[in-house]
Every structure is written in C-alpha cells, then in structure tokens.
Design a protein around this ligand. Structure first.
Ligand SMILES: NC(=O)c1ccc[n+]([C@@H]2O[C@H](COP(=O)([O-])OP(=O)(O)OC[C@H]3O[C@@H](n4cnc5c(N)ncnc54)[C@H](O)[C@@H]3O)[C@@H](O)[C@H]2O)c1
Length: 255
C-alpha cells in the first residue's frame, strides 16, 4: 500500500491510527517525543505484517519534523501520507493565560501541524508524486469551549491551515483534510478532567462524565472510532475530498 508517518503515535488516538492503518496494509513511521512508547507500538504494527519504523522528534521543531519525513522515506522506501496528530491540551480560564502558556501550546498544536504540512508537501514535490496530509483538529476547533479557550483557538487554527493548504496544493494532487474528534478517553482527557476538578471543585471524573453524557449516540468515543475515519482519509476512497474537517463526535451536544 503506502508509507504513512503518524506523529504523537506513542499512545491514545495516534497509536490507534497507527494500528488501524497498519491493519489496512500501510507501512508506518511512528513519531513521538519518547522512544520507549513508539518502540512498543512499532512491535504491535509489525504483528499486523506491516513495516514499522520509529523516529523521536518534537513536532514544534521544524528541522526535526523535516528529518522525520526524510527518515520515513529512507526506512519505508516511500512517503505517501502524513498524519499530524500530536497535540497537547491546556485547561485555564482566559483571565489566567500568560504568554508562556500560549507560546507552548501554539508551538505544538499549530506550528507543529504547519511544519508537518510543509515537510510533507516538500517531499511529495521532490518525489514528483501526489500525497495526503491529515491533521488533528477537534470539536474544540468548531466551538470555543469554556476553560479550553486557547486549546480551542489552536484547533480552529488547524482548520484554517487545512483549508489554506488544500487550496495551495490542490494543483499538485496533494489533498489536505482534518479529523475532529469529540471526547475520547485518552490520557489527554484524564489531564483535562483533573484540571477541571482543580479549577471548579468538580469531582474527578465528573467533567468527563458530563461530556460523555452529552453524546447523542450514548457511548464514549474510542480512539478506534477516530482511527476508522482516518483510515478513510488515508485511503483512495477520499481522493476527491480536500479542505474538509468533519466532526467525528457521536453527536456531542454538551458544551
Ligand atoms: N482525546 C480527545 O478527546 C481529543 C479530542 C479532539 C481532538 N484530540 C486531538 O487528537 C490528538 C491526539 O490526542 P490524544 O487524546 O491521543 O492525546 P494524548 O495526550 O493521549 O497523546 C498525545 C501524544 O502526542 C505526543 N506529543 C505531545 N507533544 C508532542 C510533541 N511536541 N512532539 C511529538 N509528539 C508529541 C505525546 O507524547 C503523546 O504520545 C491531539 O492533537 C488532540 O488535540 C483529542
């Protein structure tokens, strides 16, 4: 099939995407901050029969992202898809946000996606081939959530980059889309829930449960639910789709 680079692949949604795409028959380059985590996922990928390679990189560092793309091409013998999945959350009332807070989250969630877009487009161009760029936005990229204001801003920004890149690269046969999960019970949500508890006096688990209670389909979202949509985006059935960022949230209505 094709060679896919997934960032933030060491756990949560990124891990599920890596495993789903490996099961679809793609070879996978796993990129994350910590080697131990991606080494374990690489073993799981190899069990599916697909190739796996790991590369430690911080997506907020442009040179490291370009190096990750080069590594993918060398190790897997191709480069067809990038999934710019890595991201961090931040829970704070807007009044409390300081410059160092916005810099950090912006560097990972927005700059990190931009470097991934640039590096992938440059590589597709140098190889003279088409390619697919897939970015992690969020339901918080469609609605500004209280206490998640800066996080929401970064995810709106990911949608903006997705739309702009889709227009800039369309003539080269490069498609650019995003996925927008709702509430997925990964480590990210454990951290969000704890921070809500500290700030609002809610019991631990209460905020997560409230959000899950607002999901129309009546069950919590799994990383595999997200990975199923990314499987479509990474495969040939999405060839005529670009610049889109659909919600995959089970019909979440709680705000
Ligand atoms: N969990 C949710 O409910 C949810 C909802 C909507 C969108 N998202 C988005 O989906 C993506 C994955 O979320 P998750 O819940 O799996 O998160 P997670 O915290 O469980 O995992 C994120 C992974 O990204 C890695 N990472 C963080 N910063 C990095 C950096 N600078 N460079 C490289 N890797 C880095 C972490 O080490 C970790 O392995 C994120 O972009 C997140 O914003 C998550």
């Amino acid at each position: 099939m094709s060679a896919v680079l997934v960032t933030g692949a060491g756990q949560g949604i990124g891990r599920a995407i890596a495993l789903r795409l490996a099961n679809d028959g793609h070879d996978i380059a796993l990129v994350d901050l910590v080697e131990d985590k991606i080494a374990g996922v690489a073993d799981e990928v190899r069990e599916t029969g697909s190739k796996a390679t790991t590369f430690v990189a911080d997506v907020s560092d442009r040179d490291q992202v370009f190096a990750a793309v080069e590594h993918t091409h060398e190790a897997l013998g191709g480069f067809d898809v990038i999934v710019n999945n890595a991201g961090i959350a931040q829970v704070a009332p807007l009044d409390d946000v300081r410059p160092e807070d916005t810099k950090k989250i912006w560097a990972v969630n927005v700059d990190g996606v931009l470097w991934g877009i640039q590096a992938a487009a440059a590589k597709f161009r140098s190889l003279g081939q088409k390619g697919k760029i897939i970015n992690a936005s969020s339901i918080a990229g469609h609605d500004g959530f209280a206490m998640l204001g800066v996080y929401s801003a970064t995810k709106f920004a990911v949608r903006a980059l997705t739309q702009a890149a889709a227009k800039e690269y369309a003539a080269e046969g490069i498609t650019v889309n995003a996925y927008c999960p709702g509430v997925v019970g990964t480590d990210m949500w454990v951290t969000i829930d704890k921070r809500f508890a500290e700030l609002t006096g809610a019991a631990e688990g209460e905020t997560y449960d409230k959000f899950v209670g607002g999901i129309a389909l009546g069950r919590a979202q799994t990383p595999e639910d997200v990975a199923a949509f990314v499987s479509y985006l990474a495969g040939p059935d999405s060839d005529y789709m670009t610049g889109q960022a659909p919600l995959i949230d089970g019909g979440l209505v709680y705000r």
